[in-house]
Design a protein around this ligand. Structure first.
Ligand code: FAD
Length: 497
């Protein structure tokens, strides 16, 4: 593909006509991009008009050689976007990725799964899980980016954007130029305030490899682990911590695990499984503060109800916020946060796009604006955005929400857990199966099946789930309730499609 990229450099004129972008590519490292006039007819036909015309003039030096396309952020979405640029033959000499991490994009979900396996149980390590292995693609190591002619700027955060001059500023003082800019900055973990102990040594947040490495150092000497939060991160880290044979307690304010998705009944099954594995739960609890011991490291969690739980390692998994910091002038969504984009991931500022966790996009099938903090959307939004940017493709993103988790997968574990959910968890829930190992929950709204979750499905069953959730068939609730197994329930739904 990289040879195609070189060839495409000679075709920038024809590309510019399609896109309203006229980037006369140069092998020289010093050129600048400035606005020309675009055809008004194109402007009128698009709610968010992002394609711009540029000319190039000699200019002062910028720190990036590849200026036609710049991606800010080096996570899941950036990795899949890079692959799509390569597939279109438009990466080589044209694409620059700037990331604050020291690593090429990787499959972030691994950090609370294989990465935290006990050290004697073959934990995952880079370069094993660089993107795009999770999506069944080639492993894009740092060498891959070099071979494809993609310029990587590591360990430097973008701190500001000048949307008139098409420039970015970085923490280290670099100035970068872009033609089209894709914001893929993901989220940052929500932290406890410093005044209640949120920054004490021994308190961890897991968002990147550096965080996970720091947690592993703590786990090596830990005796008592407390996890704050009963969502994905909490569930995954708790499953890992008991694999290390550590005293593990999970604390959360809700009355059951994964409250935003699981029904109380489904959550109870998982809670029992966790308890059988040695995890203790403290539900309905509010944290007052994290307390330091005599050495200054965290030693205990104090709850609002007056009780105290000892801990030498605490992991906080209480959610994340979109990393919009430098891009606030690009247009933020006030309801779901993040950068507001249309169905082609174009922001309100011409030439600026947003993908992955940070994008607030139209969730077409449910007619609402959403941000989705899941890897499947990171991958698909990246592919959709870049394909639309580089081709004449104009069909809008039509995403079907898909969430999953996999835990207890280390060697020697009594039972592995792998569930998948597709659709919308609205309406009434019908549960089928005994969790031995399968169980399914079906959400039915106005007679139609809107969402489905299956634990321990076969590959064929998992493949059926998105089809069901997309079709939203009318289902006979009483018949579904009487199904004696997950297989039978799925067959009933299949027949009603
Ligand atoms: C521990 C963990 C486990 C997860 N498990 C699952 C799971 O099981 N299933 C699932 O579906 N999803 C899971 N997710 C969510 C999934 O990983 C994210 O939805 C996905 O990574 C989003 O991709 P992204 O590229 O938008 O953001 P990210 O992958 O977070 O990448 C953002 C990148 O931008 C960089 N960055 C941020 N700001 C700047 C800046 N100003 N300048 C330069 N670089 C910047 C960051 O350092 C990072 O490299 C998990 C997330 C975490 C943290």
């Amino acid at each position: 593909m990289s040879t195609v990229g070189r060839f495409m450099a000679t075709m920038s004129n024809s590309l510019s006509l399609k896109h309203g972008v006229s980037l006369y590519s140069s092998t020289s490292s010093s050129f600048s991009l400035s606005k020309l006039h675009c055809k008004p007819s194109l402007v009128a036909s698009r709610p968010f008009y992002n394609r711009r015309c540029f000319s190039i003039s000699a200019s002062s030096s910028f720190a990036n050689d590849n200026r036609e396309y710049v991606i800010v952020g080096g996570g899941n979405a950036a990795g899949y976007a890079a692959r799509t640029f390569v597939e279109h033959g438009l990466a080589d000499g044209k694409l620059c990725i700037v990331t604050k991490e020291a690593y090429a994009p990787y499959e972030r979900p691994a950090l609370t799964k294989g990465y935290l396996f006990p050290l004697d149980k073959k934990p995952a390590r880079l370069p094993g899980f660089h993107t795009c292995v999770g999506g069944g693609g080639e492993r894009q190591t740092p060498e891959w980016y070099q071979e494809k002619g993609i310029e990587m700027i590591y360990e430097d955060a973008v701190t500001g954007v000048d949307i008139e001059k098409h420039t970015l500023q970085t923490q280290s003082g670099k100035s970068l130029k872009y033609g089209s800019l894709i914001v893929a900055t993901g989220c940052t973990a929500t932290r406890f305030p410093e005044k209640i102990g949120g920054n004490l040594p021994g308190v961890h947040y897991v968002r990147d490899v550096a965080d996970a490495d720091s947690l592993i150092e703590s786990l090596k000497k830990a005796k008592k682990v407390v996890i704050v939060g009963g969502g994905y991160i909490g569930m995954e880290v708790a499953a890992a911590a008991v694999g290390w044979n550590l005293d593990t307690t999970v604390i959360f304010p809700e009355d059951h695990l994964l409250q935003r998705l699981f029904t109380p009944s489904l959550a109870r099954k998982y809670e029992e499984l966790y308890e059988q594995n040695g995890v203790k739960f403290v539900k309905g609890a509010m944290i007052k503060n994290l307390e330091a011991g005599s050495d200054g490291s965290v030693a205990a969690v104090n709850l609002e109800n007056g009780s105290t739980i000892e801990a030498d390692t605490i992991i906080i998994g209480i959610g994340a916020k979109p990393a919009v910091g430098p891009f606030e002038n690009v247009g933020l969504d006030t309801t779901v946060g993040g950068i507001e984009v249309d169905g082609l991931f174009r922001s309100k500022v011409p030439g600026i796009f947003a993908i992955g966790d940070v994008a607030a996009f139209p969730l077409k099938m449910y007619d609402r604006v959403a941000r989705v903090e899941h890897v499947d959307h990171a991958r698909k939004s990246a592919q959709h955005c870049v394909s639309a940017l580089l081709s004449a493709r104009t069909h809008t993103y039509d995403y079907l929400p898909y969430f999953y988790s996999r835990v207890f997968e280390y060697e020697g574990s009594q039972r592995k857990v792998w569930w998948q959910f597709f659709g919308d968890n609205v309406g009434e829930a019908v549960e089928v199966g005994n969790f031995d190992p399968k169980i399914a929950t079906f959400w039915i709204d106005s007679g139609r099946l809107k969402g489905v979750l299956v634990e321990s499905g076969s590959p064929e069953e998992f493949q059926l789930l998105p089809k069901i959730a997309k079709a939203q068939p009318l289902v006979d609730k009483a018949k579904l309730q009487s199904a004696s197994s997950v297989e039978e329930a799925l067959e009933i739904i299949h027949q009603s499609m």
